[in-house]
Design a protein around this ligand. Structure first.
Ligand SMILES: NC(=O)c1ccc[n+]([C@@H]2O[C@H](COP(=O)([O-])OP(=O)(O)OC[C@H]3O[C@@H](n4cnc5c(N)ncnc54)[C@H](OP(=O)(O)O)[C@@H]3O)[C@@H](O)[C@H]2O)c1
Length: 220
């Protein structure tokens, strides 16, 4: 499979690109800095220099051409309203439009768990982030693409266990970035899981089996 990762240098994207290359997939990934280009090449990934704050659907489409699937795991990481709008919001929309222009049907979006932040003091920046993430979900769900929206709980850097919980609606929790990458990897390899929103936390089920179980809820 030829996979195009937007956000390939991030915590999730880095783990995903390595998993996919190790599994024999051809991977291209976006970066912004020269030092990241070398790291991507070392990992066997084709580097693509794209800044989502300064791109277009057409430019992204040209870069994606020939890919079988797009994974969007970029994010502003709470760096402010404008960057959140530009990366998590407009960037996701550009990417979905680009996939359509490039004739790529399958699109995986890393979104956010709806209960994140509950029980904490409300912060305008986080509220805005959650709104933008939801708007990106709404945008993607309205496309004819074979999308999957993945809503992980709070991401942690502890080593993954390979065991997760997935479902249409599950209790809120955390999940290691390793295991988010494992689930995305499984989604790349299980195209029958599509047009479904998946909530994800750490759990008891093997990541590949947890993804396979979501086929029963998949749309046409
Ligand atoms: N943190 C959480 O608890 C949590 C929970 C649920 C969902 N999420 C979502 O999960 C996804 C992955 O999270 P993560 O921890 O892997 O994030 P991360 O480590 O902050 O990585 C973000 C990625 O986005 C890229 N990016 C940032 N600005 C960009 C721009 N202007 N143009 C192009 N790429 C840009 C980064 O590139 P650089 O390396 O160049 O900065 C990096 O590859 C994000 O969408 C996040 O919103 C996070």
């Amino acid at each position: 499979m030829q996979v195009f990762i937007i956000g390939a240098t991030g915590g999730v994207g880095r783990r995903l690109r390595r998993r996919l290359v190790n599994a024999g997939h051809q991977v291209a990934g976006t970066h912004r800095r020269d030092s990241q280009k070398e790291q991507l090449e070392t990992d066997g990934v084709t580097p693509v220099n794209i800044d989502l704050m300064n791109t277009s659907s057409e430019r992204l489409a040209a870069a994606m051409q020939g890919s079988d699937i797009v994974v969007f795991s970029a994010g502003a990481g709470g760096a402010g309203v404008d960057l959140t709008d530009g990366i998590d919001g407009r960037g996701a929309r550009f990417a979905a439009e680009a996939a359509r222009l490039a004739g790529i049907n399958r699109f995986l979006l890393v979104s956010a768990f709806p209960d994140a932040g509950r029980g904490k003091a409300p912060s305008p920046g986080f509220e805005h982030y959650m709104q933008v993430k939801k708007q990106a979900d709404v945008m993607l769900a309205a496309t004819p693409l074979d999308w999957v929206i993945l809503r992980p709980g709070t991401l942690v850097n502890e080593a993954g266990t390979g065991k997760v919980r997935t479902g249409l609606a599950i209790p809120y929790g955390t999940v290691p970035r390793d295991d988010v990458a494992a689930v995305l990897h499984a989604l790349v390899e299980q195209p029958e899981v599509k047009r479904v929103i998946i909530e994800l936390t750490a759990g008891e089920q093997d990541a590949s089996e947890a993804v396979a179980a979501m086929a029963a809820f998949s749309g046409r």
